[in-house]
Design a protein around this ligand. Structure first.
Ligand SMILES: Cc1cc2nc3c(=O)[nH]c(=O)nc-3n(C[C@H](O)[C@H](O)[C@H](O)COP(=O)(O)O)c2cc1C
Length: 199
């Protein structure tokens, strides 16, 4: 499904978004709009180079080892069935990977951090290390880990700028997260970011 065109302007300064950003762990039930989902994914890994392939976050050698998945809850995003979606930067689209509301299972896989399931949307960032170690060897792993930090902060600041809040989770069982989401084994989860309206 092609996402709405992302905006390249907004009403909150980056200074204010940086000042306000906090890890938030409780969310209202309110659904996000497709526009909000589109904007969050664009901030994470959207193609920002006109006619090119370069993305919102920097990447060692522009090799882009990361993928972003959206775990959408029941009535989590208006007009989108609950499920796990893969973000495809070229074409700015999401493709359904698995059906159903996986939020509680995802929270259980994250050491029972059940607050995660209160967020209408969880963004999961994974790394396929081979895409970058093929050029940089072991050091490519470091580069992918640095890159995911950039993506996480982009999501935090974009959420803030839209009046949303985000959390960040690194405590989870990798293999359980992969199983729950139904994603390829080579996509190793690095970060999970619950997003929604704060309480
Ligand atoms: C790599 C990483 C992993 C984290 N994992 C978790 C987590 O599993 N659960 C959680 O509640 N917070 C987690 N946090 C959030 C930190 O607790 C939080 O960033 C820290 O307390 C500073 O607060 P702030 O983000 O509101 O400034 C994580 C943060 C980072 C950067």
């Amino acid at each position: 499904m092609t996402l709405p065109e992302p905006k390249i302007d907004g009403s909150m300064s980056v200074e204010k978004a940086i000042k306000q950003r906090r890890t938030v762990r409780s969310f209202r039930k309110s659904a996000l709009t497709m526009e909000e989902l589109s904007q969050l994914l664009y901030s994470a890994q959207g193609i920002t180079e006109d006619g090119g392939f370069k993305r919102s976050a920097p990447s060692g050698g522009a090799l882009y080892p990361l993928d972003v998945y959206a775990v959408v809850g029941d009535r989590g995003v208006e007009g989108l069935a609950p499920g796990v979606y893969h973000y495809e930067p070229s074409g700015h689209r999401v493709d359904l990977i698995s059906h159903g509301d996986k939020r509680r299972e995802l929270a259980r896989a994250s050491l029972h951090q059940m607050w995660m399931a209160s967020a209408p949307l969880n963004l999961v960032i994974t790394s396929e290390y081979a895409r970058i170690t093929s050029k940089y060897g072991e050091r490519g792993i470091r580069y992918a880990l640095i890159e995911v930090g950039h993506v996480g902060q982009n999501i935090f600041l974009q959420a803030e700028a839209m009046g949303l809040k985000a959390g960040i989770v690194g405590a989870f069982h990798d293999s359980e997260v992969i199983r729950v989401m139904g994603i390829p084994l080579r996509h190793e989860p690095l970060l999970i970011m619950p997003v929604g309206y704060g309480t």
